[in-house]
Write a protein that binds this ligand. Structure first.
Ligand code: ATP
Length: 371
């Protein structure tokens, strides 16, 4: 082989359906890498299983052991399924969310949430243009209303406050990432429309966010892109009445949290929505959904969001490490998911069907082997 690259992947199989969708995803990733490798470029993945989550908390008293953070830091990329269990909580009553803590610890400011109608997966919007939905929502992921070092205050029975933090440092990095993404998508045929979603008419923090957006847009200097802003309330409406008109959106953490579930809904359900959380030196790839306790053990978990998150990981590794085989393997997975659903025969439980984990995995695997 001329160019054999091996990437170390830290894997958190988490809790609930996370434990069910992880093994088939790892198998699919290995298969895609094998099929994508040739004499010019070859890729393989070296998986390391790591502990974190509600189960780990019950066993050890820690939800995110330091050893796991260190191993995640040392890896080339992190693949995470889902973590948490509403029945397992910290003494203060809050849920176990090490996946959010990991974003802070690894500085993952850019939450990439692609929203794309998968051929053959029914979408809830009746307008035929809903089949053309293909945009990326970028959620700032380490500050905003989730800023970890700005805990809220509470005077019991009287009042409670939270702080929404926007910093120039993180916003600049975020917008640079967004504009690079938009330019790349534009060169691949997208519209190049970039929308900053805020509430700058009411909050100074959002006025600051928007100012930095336009400053960085100027610096990026790609005339092929169209820069605009929109209020979050208007965007909630546009994501339902004209989502096919958007290309790249960027917003604060809390707004992004809410709008990304809306994005998952318009593409068919949580089981179809992948994501990447990207920083300067690290990245975590995980489905947007949670641990879905209601369907654990029933074989109904839809693994597509996890598969597509794995495909995003290969794409990111391919670009960052200049590995053609990884890029090809990522594309193979996305194409195989599309081909598996295109006939319309697969119907997962979110869509009222009974195509479960095994059936979907078999269909996607069969497609990838045909490529
Ligand atoms: P979290 O707070 O951790 O994001 P959540 O309470 O929002 O979790 P999810 O676990 O994301 O809830 O899921 C909401 C519902 O969507 C689940 O109860 C389940 O019925 C469905 N769901 C989520 N993910 C999947 C999946 N991969 N396959 C099938 N159904 C899913």
């Amino acid at each position: 082989m001329n160019n054999q690259q091996t990437f170390s992947i830290a894997v958190f199989d988490g809790d609930g359906i996370g434990k069910e969708i992880t093994p088939p995803c790892l198998d699919l990733l290995q298969l895609a890498c094998e099929l994508a490798s040739d004499d010019e470029s070859a890729v393989s993945l070296d998986f390391q299983a790591l502990q974190a989550g509600a189960g780990t908390y019950q066993e050890t008293g820690e939800s995110l052991p330091e050893a796991s953070v260190a191993a995640a830091r040392a890896a080339d990329a992190v693949l995470l399924s889902a973590m948490g269990d509403p029945a397992v909580r910290y003494p203060d009553g809050t849920e176990i969310t090490p996946q959010i803590e990991l974003r802070f610890r690894l500085g993952l400011y850019a939450g990439i949430r692609p929203v794309r109608a998968i051929p053959g997966v029914p979408v809830p919007l009746a307008d035929p243009r809903a089949r053309d939905i293909d945009f990326v929502l970028v959620r700032e992921s380490i500050e905003g209303l989730f800023a970890p070092d700005r805990k809220g205050t509470r005077v019991d029975g009287v009042e409670a406050t939270e702080t929404l933090l926007i910093t120039r440092e993180v916003s600049e990095k975020l917008f640079k990432h967004v504009f690079a993404l938009a330019s790349r998508r534009k060169s691949e045929g997208s519209s190049g429309r970039v929308t900053c979603i805020d509430k700058a008419n009411v909050f100074g923090a959002f006025a600051f966010f928007r100012e930095i957006f336009y400053e960085l847009a100027e610096q990026h200097g790609d005339d092929a892109l169209t820069m605009e802003h929109a209020y979050v309330d208007a965007m909630a409406m546009h994501m339902v009445n004209q989502p096919w008109n958007f290309d790249v959106m960027v917003t604060e953490n809390m707004f992004g949290d809410i709008l990304s579930d809306l994005g998952a809904a318009i593409m068919g359900g949580m089981g179809y929505a992948p994501s990447a959380d990207i920083g300067d030196d690290h990245a975590v790839f995980q489905p947007c959904h949670g641990t879905a306790p209601d369907i654990v053990g029933k074989g109904l978990a839809n693994p597509v969001a996890m598969f597509l998150s794995g495909a995003m990981m290969l794409d990111w590794l391919g670009r960052r490490q200049n590995c053609q085989a990884a890029l090809k393997a990522g594309a193979l997975i996305s194409e195989s998911v599309d081909a598996a659903f295109e006939s319309g025969n697969l119907r997962t439980c979110e869509l009222g069907g009974d195509s479960g984990l095994n059936e979907v995995t078999a269909a996607v695997t069969a497609q990838i082997k045909q490529r």
